[in-house]
Design a binder for this molecule. Sequence first.
Ligand code: PMT
Length: 412
Amino acid sequence: MSGISATLEGKRLLLGLTGGVAAYKAAELTRLFVKAGVDVRVVMTDAATRFIGTATMQALSGQPVFTDLWDARIPDHMAHIELSRDRDLILVAPATADFMARVAGGMADDLLTTLCSARRCPLLVAPAMNVEMWSNPANLRNVELLQRDGVTILGPAVGDQACGETGLGRMLEPEQVFELVATQLAGPGRTGALAGKKVLVTAGPTFEPIDPVRGITNISSGKMGYAVAQAAAEAGAEVLLISGSTALAVPRGVRRIDVQTAQDMHSAVMKNVAKQDIFIAVAAVADYHVVGRKEHKIKRGKGNLTLDLAPNPDILGAVAALAKRPFCVGFAAETENLREYAQAKRLKKNIPLLAANLAQHAFGKDDNALTLFDDSGEHILPRASKIDLARQLVAHIVEMLQPKRGVTRKSR
Ligand code: PMT
């Protein structure tokens, strides 16, 4: 904590609270930030004040708390602009489904939403809600919209909920939120378990053209790979994402190179791999490309159409075979015999770590479940949001890279 404190000293945070039982976690969060030297300005919605008192938040932050758009303490009734202008970051924790819907829809009808709307700094939100509210299609649509608008979503976690139900929707613990926000507040490469490390991630599908308008591809959305890139960036790494075609926004602090074919992805990876410390291959790479791609659109004929397919380069295999290779992590999506096929793939590719998932539960979905295979055996990461799993994967990689476990690159 002391290293982080030195980097966070003098940083300015606007902490927004919306109405949920998890508001009690904001008290501990405030304490952690203040202890690290961060200037914390608290803004609460009316609903938030029903769960935790302004007096508590004022005492912990050491500053007046703001709740009213028309607060007379701010000159010219400009609270909605003034309160965020000098801030490095806005964090809303807990964030309700209603708050996220209003920000996703561009609404600005109370102090916190107007501040979010008029901000110049990054916005991070830590959702907290009932499992059914979280998985409601409208909520998931809003989460996606927020992500596309560059808002970072922290969590949620799976666990017991105040309503007595269990599942995805629980707010991350204050320490987890603190770590994630601290990394962003400090700036890339300054703090975090991967500070100073370079991480290369592949994500999404590849597309192998048949003619100018048709091609062979797969249903990878890129969500898992983008989550891995985000998690590595949150851990302080300098992240390069080499991505097939997706509809996703580039995670904050990540550099992206867009590619189309497996050959393009191979070239981009090999060009950039030399300086990387870690390579995480999440992309669903086409195994074959069409030989003799047609220059013009193929006309419908009477008989069958036969395509001549030739194998694509094995990108992960090529990186793992380098004399000076980064720490290599592979993924495997299987529809059956997950354990057997994944273990075989790890050995064949000669890599220290492989994350396996069931294809039918992974492709295109917002959540997933992973089984990690390494020299020490298998590690099950139960169903959770892809970003949650990505953070757990990154934590596992960090642990493996620590010399004490004896599974560093040299020991393989
Ligand atoms: O994108 P989403 O919708 O979120 O879905 C995520 C995912 C299912 C695509 C992802 O979690 C996943 O499992 N990715 C790997 C897909 C796969 O089955 O890969 P594979 O078995 O064909 O290849 C194994 C490993 O080698 C992978 O790390 C792959 O990136 C890599 N590979 C494969 C072929 C090739 N020519 N070059 C490679 O680098």
